[in-house]
Design a protein around this ligand. Structure first.
Ligand code: UTP
Length: 453
């Protein structure tokens, strides 16, 4: 009988990927089986397409036209109605929460799922715990039982589930948590050859946050939402504990305007901040990468005196379930592939560990904006909603994030002489704080506002 690994030789060799078998002689029976399973999950047509993209280099330079998007803000006309609609939809359980936590967190360099990273200014509260607390607080405030969808990748799925189980699921009933995994695909070397991480191991990387849209379909999450009457998805990222996934105003604006996908943005710090901005590219809404704007456009000012391209993307979206269903109709979503050049841990031709320049491929969720029939772009305050943990040190690091969480705590409590941490279940606004009069515990490191009195 032909061994599974041998049966895979012909297709891989004819795809020009026969080198993956170079070291199989040194694998034990169990390792051969695992490697065969890994190889058979690889879509060789996709690998060929990505290899061709690499060989083709950058697309011929065209000069697209860029325009700023229409942006709504709190205080604009219709705010009261939008907020009331959002509250009604939240209370009716029409909104499901989708956290994307499948990334590798390589810049942070933390060993474990990024959500297990601790960012309490006073306590050891983890990113997952902050998100759980915000969702549960919203459930209590608006009177609904939230359902939380958590996207992992195959690389961190087991650890993520175990982390939730080991922490009492952060107060969520088991039935209201839905874990699902995104796809992974092989990294390639400069010649389009699949990179091996070991003699019987392909270098696999998650397919980017755009993979959420296919994974929601493939995992059965969309059907699960439908069965629960969830019509809108609130999408947010694991590394930003300030994210407010149950924001009635955002839900309301998105639904009142019949949008299929909406985005929150923050004003850029300055023209030089390296963040993608939402804007129209040849008339179509999308996220314009920092490097795509000329210096002149980056510095350009609107009549208000603000930067013309000022809508910094914070990756918080409302997405209509039926839109994701439509994107998945007829198979592949076909979002554009983006190339990330990285140094990869690989093996050389003798099988010894080495580092090589390689390429990972990712799709981005914001590329779906171009397919949506209508979109709302809503500006929010950075200090209130955006402080991601990306880097180990410097900007967007644990230190800056803790400082921002503490600043929010100080503003809510008025305790401006200390580092302050307020769990969202205790209070998220000054009104809630005053109403609930929580116990304030002074610790060596600061002040902790604990359960209401
Ligand atoms: P980032 O683009 O910051 O990537 O992800 P990352 O993997 O977390 O970190 P680096 O670049 O390796 O340092 C933004 C958000 O998108 C999620 C991440 O988990 C994070 O919440 N993400 C990213 C995924 O869920 N899957 C991916 O394939 C990529």
């Amino acid at each position: 009988m032909t061994e599974p690994l041998d049966a895979l030789r012909a297709p891989f060799e004819s795809a020009g990927q026969g080198h993956v078998f170079a070291h199989v002689d040194r694998l034990g029976p169990g390792e051969r089986e695992t490697f065969a399973r890994e190889l058979s999950a690889i879509d060789l047509d996709l690998v060929a397409k990505l290899g061709a993209k690499l060989a083709g280099g950058a697309a011929a330079a065209q000069s697209p036209s860029f325009e700023p998007p229409v942006v709504v803000r709190a205080g604009d006309g219709g705010e009261g109605q939008a907020r009331a609609l959002g509250e009604e939809l939240l209370a009716a359980g029409k909104v499901g929460f989708v956290l994307v936590a499948g990334g590798q967190g390589s810049r942070l360099g933390f060993n474990g799922p990024k959500g297990a990273f601790e960012v309490g200014p006073v306590t050891s509260k983890t990113l997952f715990e902050w998100h759980a607390a915000r969702i549960l607080a919203a459930g209590a405030r608006h009177g609904f039982q939230p359902t939380w969808y958590i996207m992992t990748s195959r690389a961190n799925d087991a650890e993520t589930r175990a982390f939730f189980a080991g922490n009492g699921r952060f107060g969520f009933p088991e039935d209201d948590l839905f874990f699902f995994s995104q796809d992974m695909l092989p990294a390639l070397d400069g010649e389009g050859r699949i990179v091996l991480a070991g003699p019987g191991e392909v270098f696999l990387a998650p397919d980017g946050h755009g993979g959420t849209l296919a994974a929601l379909h493939q995992s059965g999450a969309l059907e699960h939402m439908q069965a629960r009457g969830i019509e809108e998805l609130s999408y947010f990222q694991v590394d930003n504990p300030l994210a407010r996934p149950a924001d009635p105003l955002f839900v309301g604006y998105h639904c009142a305007q019949g949008a299929e996908m909406s985005s929150k943005v923050v004003p850029k710090r300055d023209a030089a901040e390296k963040v993608g901005v939402l804007g129209l590219v040849d008339g179509v809404l999308g996220c314009i990468e920092y490097s795509d704007l000329s210096d002149e456009l980056r510095e350009a000012k609107a009549a208000s005196g603000d930067l013309l391209f000022n809508a910094g993307n914070i990756a918080a979206h409302m997405i209509r379930r039926s839109f994701v269903e439509r994107l998945n109709q007829g198979g592949a979503l076909d979002l554009p592939w983006h190339i990330a050049r990285k140094e990869l841990g690989a093996i050389d031709s003798s099988g010894a560990p080495t580092k090589i320049p390689g390429v990972k491929f990712e799709t981005f969720v914001f590329d779906a904006l171009a397919r949506a029939k209508a979109c709302v772009t809503m500006e929010v305050e950075r200090a209130q909603e955006f402080s991601p943990v990306k880097n180990a040190e410097g900007s967007d690091s644990p230190a800056t994030c803790k400082a921002d969480l503490s600043a929010i705590g100080r503003a809510i409590s008025g305790l401006d002489d200390a580092v302050v941490e307020i769990d969202p279940r205790v209070a998220e606004t000054l009104d809630e704080f005053n109403e609930r009069a929580p116990v304030v515990q002074r610790t060596e490191g600061g002040a902790l506002c604990a359960a209401p009195q």
